[in-house]
Design a protein around this ligand. Structure first.
Ligand SMILES: [Zn+2]
Length: 317
């Protein structure tokens, strides 16, 4: 498997400005806390570095793209809603992370699969995703398919650039259940970003394929029709989990901890246990949209939950 580790000190992480945070907050669940995110005593500067990471999966070229990052205070207001502050603090301290502030990441993925260049999700806004694509050597016009894992604002926010489709040559693919739900939800973000693309959109159910090697996997709960995708090529496989689990500790170690933005909390927890169990059994890599960038890792079982093992060099080999 080939691999390109891209280190470019001149390419800053896309910084979500306060204005962006406020304009996208209503439709961007994990960004909700951003306007008040920068707590006194914590360094405000974001991490700097490359905003893309690429590796080969069989004959496919997979690139994760950091389209944005934001910092939020009071993460227990998002994760661990059904546990005590003490339990949240202990689980955090055991893993060397603070319990009063967190850094969130927004990471679409592009897969070059033969003639197809398939983008999974689009970030908070067009600027973030197009900047990351550019660094990775892609133009917005190169994208042949945009796959939407679900319709939260931090996944559909880059579809339009001031009312014009960002990806001029793309067709769109999403889950039928998800699209049906939002079509009657009266959601401004969906109506502005997705509805104008409906004529170029096709719909799938679990087990259907976007293209050869790109199969939808039902992971309902975060939203009513939230989809993961199994990507396979040349005997290699990975699972793109989207928002199945959004934190390496608070979601993987504690899959039953309730998450504010999971629409059906019990279903979301059941989906985590089911699909993370599959990934652990198969020992395949996963890509998580909100995992610390580059969002690539492995999953093992631990105790009553799971252990996230961030990618180190396995995919270089
Ligand atoms: Zn999300």
């Amino acid at each position: 498997m080939g691999y390109t580790l891209c280190i470019n000190k001149e390419s800053p992480v896309i910084k979500m400005t306060r204005r962006h945070a406020m304009t996208t907050a209503a439709a961007a669940p994990l960004a909700l806390a951003a306007p008040t995110a920068f707590a006194a005593g914590h360094a405000p500067a974001p991490a700097r570095g490359s905003v893309h990471q690429r590796f080969a999966l069989g004959d496919f070229e997979v690139t994760t793209l950091l389209a944005g990052t934001s910092r939020a205070s009071n993460p227990q207001g998002i994760f661990g809603m059904n546990v005590s502050a003490e339990e949240f603090a202990v689980a955090s301290a055991e893993n060397f992370i603070p319990s009063d502030i967190a850094q969130f990441f927004f990471t679409p993925t592009v897969v070059k699969a033969g003639e197809n260049t398939i983008l999974f999700d689009t970030g908070l806004n067009a600027g973030g995703i197009t900047a990351a694509l550019t660094e990775a050597g892609y133009g917005a016009d190169d994208i042949t398919h945009v796959v939407l894992t679900h319709m939260h604002g931090d996944h559909i926010g880059g579809l339009q650039t001031e009312g014009t489709p960002t990806f001029a040559n793309a067709v769109y693919v999403t889950g039928a259940v998800e699209h049906n739900h939002w079509s009657s939800a009266g959601n401004a973000g969906f109506d502005a970003n997705v509805v104008p693309l409906n004529e170029k959109m096709s719909f799938l159910n679990g087990g259907d394929t976007v293209a050869p090697g790109i199969e939808a996997v039902e992971a309902f709960g975060h939203t009513p029709g939230h989809m993961a995708y199994r990507i396979t090529s040349g005997g290699a496989a990975l699972m793109l989990i989207a928002d199945l689990a959004n934190h390496p500790i608070w979601s993987l170690e504690r899959p039953d901890w309730e998450v504010r933005f999971d629409t059906d909390k019990a279903a979301a927890a059941a989906a985590r246990r089911n699909l993370l169990g599959t990934i652990a059994d198969e020992r395949i890599p996963m890509i998580g949209y909100h995992m610390p960038f580059p969002g690539i890792g492995y999953v093992d079982t631990r105790g009553d939950g799971f252990r996230y093992v961030p990618h180190s060099y396995q995919l270089m080999l």
